[in-house]
Design a protein around this ligand. Sequence first.
Ligand SMILES: Cc1cc2nc3c(=O)[nH]c(=O)nc-3n(C[C@H](O)[C@H](O)[C@H](O)COP(=O)(O)O)c2cc1C
Length: 308
Amino acid sequence: MPSTSAPPDLRVSLGSRLDLPTPIVAASGAYGYGEEVRDFGGSRDPGALITPTLTVAPRAGNPMPRTAEATAGLLHSLGWPNPGLDSFISDRLPGLRSLPYPVIASIHGETLDEWRILAGNLTAEGGVVALELNLSKVSRAGEASILGSIEEAVAAVRAETDLTLIAKLPAANVEIGAAARIAEDAGADVIAVSQGFPGVAVRLSSRKFRLPGVAGELSGPCIKPLALYQVWRAAQSVACPILASGGIMTGEDALEFLAAGASAVAIGIASSIHPTAIATITADLSAYLASHHLSSPSNLTGAALRHR
Ligand SMILES: Cc1cc2nc3c(=O)[nH]c(=O)nc-3n(C[C@H](O)[C@H](O)[C@H](O)COP(=O)(O)O)c2cc1C
């Protein structure tokens, strides 16, 4: 006899001001502005789309080549190509407003003033439900300096907006628990881990580095255990929700991240390989919850932390 029970309710809360229809989110930079995948993204929309990182001035991005294949991953150094704030507001926001799911803007300021300008203008324009602060700028200045810049950036943006703030932490050079605590204390509502990890690739035939800028960011399945580590550390360090990413390719991967402490997950590379990845992962999550008689994804969040 067919089951008559209702499908699980996939809605999740990211803090007190942001509810998403599902916990499976399109990661910054890997899903464009939504229009690119509108016709072939599959039967389930993302819980939200995080736009590619926006800066005040337009950026053309880094010289080619911008990517190098790695075992079970991709080393990339795009350089955050984006149209800049003014063009984003006039040319991109109208399309983003018409998407049938919430939009989160990823932003990066080179200075505190730029952080304020981005936050203030996007809040005034409306059309986005949250701001994700890309705090991943590589710095050789040491951990104390990186932690200080995280604190300053989050506090500056917090003073400009009531929107939900997601602090996307750097993948390296800081203890992730300390960084998460500083971001939360400065006003972040959600902690996002993980960014791509710094990496380097060499072309032996020419004895040169493969990327013109030498270092890139490593994404994909090869970083999954590193990203799970960051989620585990962050979950023990802060009370606010965690948005996880890093090599999530399947529903099972997403479930593991929830169990390690995430409230929602962002899908990057998987969408570039399979445009329907978010739909498939969402369907798998729903099926798992139903078969385990769990009424909400939040029942799974942190489950592994409780069973130690
Ligand atoms: C092609 C590409 C572009 C990306 N662009 C951005 C970006 O603009 N801003 C950002 O914060 N992260 C960016 N990321 C990082 C992803 O959002 C994500 O955090 C990371 O790739 C780990 O997830 P994944 O392994 O599922 O791809 C990018 C990743 C890729 C692969």
